[in-house]
Design a protein around this ligand. Sequence first.
Ligand code: SF4
Length: 359
Amino acid sequence: MNESFTDEALRANIYEGKRISPDQGLRLFEWDIIELGQAADYRRKIAFPEENVGFIIDRIINYSNICEAKCAFCAYHAHAGRVDPYELSMDEICQKTEELIQGRGTQVMLQGGLHPDHTLDTYLTMVKTLRERFPDIYLHSFSPAELTHIACKSDLSLDEVVQSLKDAGLNSVPGASDLLVDRIRNAVSPKKCTREQWCEVMQTLFRHNMTSTATMTYGMGETLRERIAHLEVIREVQDSTGILKAFIPWSFSPARTRLEHISPATGMDYLRMVAIARIFLDNITFIQAGWLTEGTKLAQVALTMGANDMGGVLTEEVVVKATGIETQITMTGMTDLIRDAGKTPVQRDSQYREIRRFT
Ligand code: SF4
């Protein structure tokens, strides 16, 4: 359906703080980048008037790369042949958590593939062990795909899985969403959770009073309308649950994957995506600048075009690294980057509350 509207009306909607339609979102891809960036920054100020930019000290612990989903866009799973198959022992997971705490880190993201032999008990053991040994660490872990996978493997409902993990000490679940468009999911990740299942996981987390985030991996052969369709799913889920603490768009890194023939999205494309997400997602406060995939310099620019968070100073990341991208930044590097963008760096916790301000 193509709705009729003028750019004047669209501008008025944006600057009056009103919700824009999917057709209007699509139209923004044609706007001059400077005007789009300014409009997004205006909407960022409505959602978050402060000039602080937060970051968290966290560590992604990829406990195993053995995965039966074998997504075409993933260089990390063992079958891709880029990283040897492995499984971390519980001692190794604890050692990595200990190192994070020594570095003043506050959050662990346990993430793995869809392991053929893992059941709910495997997950409960990880969560319970970390909770007992590190009672103060925040566990923002697993993914909607892992939750639907273990529910299926263990013959349990999602409610039972989420409640058990919560009781064991899990705090929240990152909402790794890829692209919530059936055509693309069927083509690149047919064995991963479907769009409907992703939404079901979010509704389940909501029922259990747990929060999440939403991501977007674009540049996998989708149309611009399909990108807006993804944002529509996120906006609807947030309308009905309010559990999404942040939205994190990043471009697909094709190197070393089965989709290597696809040209990577450009920097301008990334800035447009951040800005459009900020304007379209009027119900999400934090939009993260994806320095991990886009590089620190582009992430800095994104802070002036709608983004207001830098995500994690990751002490370890291996999934994006498998595509050949360097994925390290120090805390000083992060605070310098934020300051240089004219913002005040703030170390935050997992609920986006300030821990320490760098003036
Ligand atoms: S993206 Fe996740 S689910 Fe897909 S193959 Fe990689 S590890 Fe497995």
